[in-house]
Design a binder for this molecule. Structure first.
Ligand code: ZN
Length: 308
């Protein structure tokens, strides 16, 4: 894939091409909605910087695509969980130890490529300590090191971090661009409203597991008008609190429940759906405000049932 084949991000691609042409290693900050190509573009840059032959069939490009090039690393919660030998769910922020290890790696010579690349995903999750430990190398990265920060939430980064990076804005894809993406990716049709201009979200929605969850959500949505609060609480209790479901689990459940609601908006029960969708958004907001996840879910189901 060449940079320009990334769908829907002409400005980001243009900035990336300029950056490449300048032969600089000024750190980059990729920001914008989730699942619209930030990490994809970062990995493409890593490929170009290390490519041996000029096409992405070379060993270096293939290793980067497979995630096992020793000089190119995506550091995120999954990586941190792996090196700390902890559960992924336990990761709340990017810790100073993780950053110190990366700083150390970037100061060494590349192992087999020309450039060491650090793609720091969810950069807004850096602890203040970690962000501060990162500043010096962000200011003056070694000439053979490239740092790309990735985040949906630019304003959550410290000003000192922001000022050291060249910002590259990504945006949600239009419905038309989503259709182009869908055809090119060869994936089944999906609900454009739900994907909100995000191929990443679309891929998530069309996974088999997600489809099964959507079927569950559909039968829950259909049953809500007939359900009592007691019935729902005992059920939500069993599923949510009893099973100790985590915040991301509940978030996923609510987002999945939006699928049948979005369908109802266009056919079936538009009035009910128009009331329900804002309630679901509100519940997602409460989750972000650290309200107990099981409680948020129970409250939501009871309110939706009453309103149905
Ligand atoms: Zn290559």
């Amino acid at each position: 894939m060449s940079l320009s084949s990334l769908i829907g991000q002409p400005l980001a691609v243009e900035l990336a091409q300029k950056w490449l042409a300048q032969n600089t290693n000024h750190p980059l900050l990729f920001f914008g909605p989730e699942g619209v190509g930030k990490k994809t573009l970062a990995l493409e840059l890593a490929k170009i910087l290390n490519c041996a032959t000029g096409d992405d069939a070379c060993v270096s490009c293939r290793k980067i695509a497979a995630g096992n090039h020793p000089d190119v690393r995506v550091v995120d919660f999954a990586w941190q969980a792996l090196i700390r030998d902890e559960d992924l769910e336990k990761q709340q922020n990017l810790k100073i130890e993780t950053i110190l290890a990366e700083r150390h790696r970037l100061l060494q010579s590349p192992l087999e490529g020309r450039r060491k690349v650090l793609i720091l995903d969810d950069a807004h999750r850096l602890t203040p300590d970690a962000a501060n430990a990162f500043l010096k190398i962000l200011e003056e990265p070694p000439t053979d090191a490239v740092i790309i920060l990735v985040t949906p939430f630019r304003d959550r980064l410290l000003p000192t971090t922001l000022s050291r990076c060249r910002p590259v804005r990504f945006r949600a894809l239009t419905d038309q661009e989503m259709q182009v993406w869908q055809q090119r990716a060869g994936v089944p049709e999906f609900d454009v409203w739900l994907t909100r201009g995000s191929p990443g979200r679309a891929l998530h929605l069309i996974r088999d597991e997600a489809l099964a969850q959507i079927r569950d959500a559909e039968s829950l949505w259909d049953s809500l008008p007939r359900r009592s609060a007691v019935d729902l609480v005992s059920n939500a209790e069993g599923r949510a609190r009893g099973a100790r479901m985590t915040r991301p689990d509940i978030e996923e459940k609510i987002k999945t429940l939006m699928v049948p609601a979005a369908r109802a908006l266009r056919s079936g029960h538009p009035a009910r759906a128009a009331r329900a969708l804002p309630l679901m958004e509100e519940a997602l907001q409460r989750l972000r405000n650290n309200v107990q996840p099981g409680l948020v879910y129970e409250d939501l189901l009871i309110t939706l049932a009453k309103d149905a």
